[in-house]
Design a protein around this ligand. Sequence first.
Ligand SMILES: [Fe+2]
Length: 382
Amino acid sequence: MKEVTEYKVIRIQGEDLKIAMTLAENVTNAKGNILMPIGYVIEDVKRVQSFLKQHKIKSLGIRVPVIKEVTEEKKKEQPAKKRTKAPERVTYEPQYAEDLSQYKTHVSRQKKALQRDFDRILKGAEIASLNLEKSIERVIKNAQKRKSNPFQLIESSKDLDDMVYNHCHNVVLISYYLGKWLDLSEKRLNELTLTAALHDIGKLKVDPEYLKAEKMSEEEALELKKHAIYSHAIVKGDSYVDEQIKRAILLHHENVDGSGFPFGLKRDKIPLYSRIIAIADTYNDLTSKRPFNAKKNPLEALKHLETELMDKLDVELLLVFLNKLSTCFIGQKVGLSTGDVGEIVFVPKQYSWRPMIKLEKNGKVLDLRDSQNEKVQIDIFY
Ligand SMILES: [Fe+2]
């Protein structure tokens, strides 16, 4: 009988990477920041290779199993395997239906207020005269006073979502929380949320049909991309808005690998606020119904961000976002493709999009990472 009793570490070159290999050590950049954590399992080889190239990382440590032959006698000598300790039980928070409904009423109101403010800005009103910061404060306070966490709140109001007002509202909230997790000062949080509130105002200058189009010509796509330039043009002459906010608005669609727009700048040239908003913007788009993509649930979005967009978004900020975000859904009630209803009770660090779910019908805990559960999907976030 063959058995894996231990693991060893081998060093390989980036080009020798294979699917399903597991990192034996953290992959860090020149500053020592973790880019890919120990235990990370390689899924998209080409993407990881291009990511390593981007960060000038040539080799990495991989964990490989040592397979040994085990005799029957030796097998008897071996002590019985200890049972893995079950994850700590997390108290289930009810869904606070009334609280969520109050939140949604506030969001509808805030959306209308933002619409009024944007209309006035387009007609030439000075931003200082609008009290936009007060509106932003109300958006944040409305989320803070609720019993559910902000990402459950955002999820609960997705039916209100649109590509301008509610999108800007949600990007304000998501950017604010990411800014908090990054320990930004109060002043910088205020600048960040003002940038987030105004980042997509330029979409109002684009033909509304383009915002609804499932497919568009190259020319139409180029016009839509210009919204970042339009947003910047709208705020450019306003002396109340700080220059770094204006620049961050202009550059909110730049990607760290240089593949973004309007200029194709790389990481070092992209302001921090733009890099934060790029993450918030992408998360809100992924979890919203858009003409160009189906709505993903938050865990599917998390998987997409981690496996598909690591080279486009700022990886250091993204890892903070993903780590914190994954724990926000502990206690979340979900509906499964099997027809069962349950509650997320544990979110693993690795494969955080495949959590453990306690079933309502019998209290059993289903680990979605188990191969026997690989076909089970989370269909509904209640
Ligand atoms: Fe945008």
